[in-house]
Design a protein around this ligand. Structure first.
Ligand SMILES: [Zn+2]
Length: 532
């Protein structure tokens, strides 16, 4: 019988370190080079030498690719999709140790020699010898290594269930990888007559507070959407302030009412979404001058459990209307006090309304040209492009000013939850039992709060709430899109079971050795085997 490549804790640990050594920070060459390397590595599995066409790469934009590896049992239709991402966040925070960030064994050794460089909690963990440090160890190359180990074992022992290992880039920025993979998963399902029984992600289990050592499994994932606004005031010279209105003044009214606004809180299954905050607020003036800033933008972060894009836009519009009413009232009083007429009332309009207006006024061809100009700017990311499109339309439609234009900026992660699914209920009980055999406690969380790619499967929206996202996202269909129809096709429960770690995205990112190399292999195998 053929030897398994990664079936011992030591071999699995070596596999992890190799995957980590292929540094793959989002939007770097490393991320682009990762998929072909991964493909080669998976090809070492005997089964894929014999079934080369079931190992594929798929374009995910900007030279990056997603990888799928299908193990197909001749009789089985039931299929588990194993989801992971192979990109990581940056490594600057490692300072002088940065070159070691991708070499967990060496990094952990060097840290041992200078433990005082670490904050208290990390130092205590280091000294137990139970953690492996390094960028991507926890988030989430360990998840990928575990999936590789699983699929190898399944092929060799011919488990009567199909597995699709799906590993994607860009999870840390825009999830372009998963959005591309979704369409491929629909295609694979048709081509091989598969039935998706479970979407299993293995993002790490995050501790809920610094001293928390419980492990969590997640039967859903929180959603995130970003309502944004462009504020268009009226320029003037600082010496004549009452002849204009700064965009900053307008923005301040909306931001005040968006941040910490409980209107956006959702509660479900005893959990609740964190409150909204602003992620950015700036004026669009390039350099200092005594002309007042009359264009500004703001970007807000809103978490979701059940609400659709449309419901968020409705709420956002309501808050913006209230904010501008207060502004208009305040401003009216100021004008009376100063005995001036003022620049008029600030209106609220949605991007789709501005677009319709501009199409009518300028003609669709000119609007398209203006959009293209912003889209082609290589310096700008999707968020900046979105705001700049609105800006250039407003410049051509200044008669609408002063105004607050509402829009959505990418990315958008819909929430998913399948806690009530019988498969999930069984799986959760099984995982609790399995963890107990290692003297460990596993707890269930209904919404993974770290944002993950499970957002793009099992999409449910019988009210077509996503169309509001489409029509209010300026870059939609050009540099950003979401395959909502394919996502709705990928029906099936979701679960996240992954290794325990701490401080993802920090220089103290570390993976719990026993959880990763000893417990997880058993737990994941137990889980898959319970499904057939
Ligand atoms: Zn992750």
């Amino acid at each position: 019988m053929t030897q398994l490549l990664w079936n011992t804790p030591q071999k699995l640990r070596e596999l992890l370190c190799e995957l980590v050594s292929w540094n793959s920070i989002t939007l770097t060459d490393g991320e682009r080079e990762f998929a072909p390397k991964l493909l080669e590595k998976i090809r070492e599995i005997e089964y894929f030498k014999n079934h080369p066409s079931q190992l594929q790469m798929h374009d995910a934009g900007l030279g990056r690719q997603a990888v799928t590896a299908l193990y197909k049992h001749p009789e089985a239709t039931e299929t588990v999709v194993l989801i992971s991402h192979f990109d990581t966040v940056q490594t600057e925070e490692y300072g002088t140790l940065e070159p070691l960030a991708y070499f967990p064994e060496e990094l952990t050794k060097v840290l041992m020699e200078n433990p005082s460089e670490l904050p208290e909690g990390a130092r205590a963990d280091l000294e137990t010898g139970k953690y492996l440090f390094g960028r991507g160890t926890m988030d989430m190359k360990m998840g990928l290594a575990l999936h590789m180990q699983l699929i190898e074992k399944a092929t060799l022992e011919e488990w009567p269930i199909n597995l699709i290992l799906t590993s994607v880039p860009d999870e840390e920025v825009n999830s372009a990888g998963m959005r591309a993979a979704v369409t491929q998963l629909v295609r694979l399902r048709e081509e091989f007559g598969l039935n998706y029984k479970l979407f299993l992600n293995s993002e790490p289990s995050f501790s809920q507070n610094p001293t928390d050592i419980d492990e969590y499994i997640y039967s859903g994932t929180i959603g995130k959407i970003m309502p944004a606004a462009l504020f268009y005031g009226k320029e003037t010279h600082v010496g004549e302030p009452m002849k204009g209105m700064t965009a900053n003044y307008i923005a301040s009214f909306l931001t005040q009412r968006m941040e910490f606004n409980p209107l956006f809180t959702e509660k479900d299954l005893g959990e609740s979404t964190p409150l909204p905050v602003s992620l950015q607020q700036k004026d669009l003036k390039i350099s200092y001058s005594t002309q007042t800033p009359y264009r500004a933008v703001a970007l807000y972060n809103v978490f979701l459990f059940k609400r659709t894009a449309k419901e968020i836009m409705d709420l956002f519009e309501q808050v913006a209307n209230e904010a501008m009413e207060v502004l208009n009232e305040t401003y009216k009083n100021i004008c009376e006090r100063e005995h001036v007429k003022g620049v008029g009332q600030v209106k609220v309009l949605k991007y789709e309304e501005l677009l319709a207006y501009a199409n009518k006024k300028l003609g669709e061809e000119e609007v398209l040209r203006l959009k293209q100009e912003a889209l082609l700017d290589e310096e700008w990311d999707d968020r900046e492009k979105s705001l700049r499109i609105v800006d250039s339309l407003m410049i051509q439609c200044q008669e609408l000013a002063p105004a607050t234009v509402l829009l959505f900026a990418p990315p958008y992660y819909p929430a998913v939850n399948t806690s009530h699914d019988p498969i999930i209920k069984n799986a959760v009980e099984l995982m609790k039992k399995s963890a107990k055999s290692f003297d460990n406690t596993v707890k269930q969380v209904h919404y993974f709060n770290g944002i993950c790619d499970l957002s793009y499967v099992n999409y449910e929206d019988d009210r077509n709430g996503w169309t509001s996202f489409e029509s209010n996202t300026p870059v939609w269909g050009d540099t950003y899109s979401i395959p909502f129809t394919d996502m709705a096709e990928l029906k099936g429960p979701v679960l996240n079971v992954g290794p325990f770690g701490k401080d993802a995205h920090q220089k103290t990112e570390r993976l719990h050795i026993d959880s990763a190399f000893v417990e997880m292999p058993v737990m994941l195998e137990t889980l898959i085997k319970s499904l057939y």
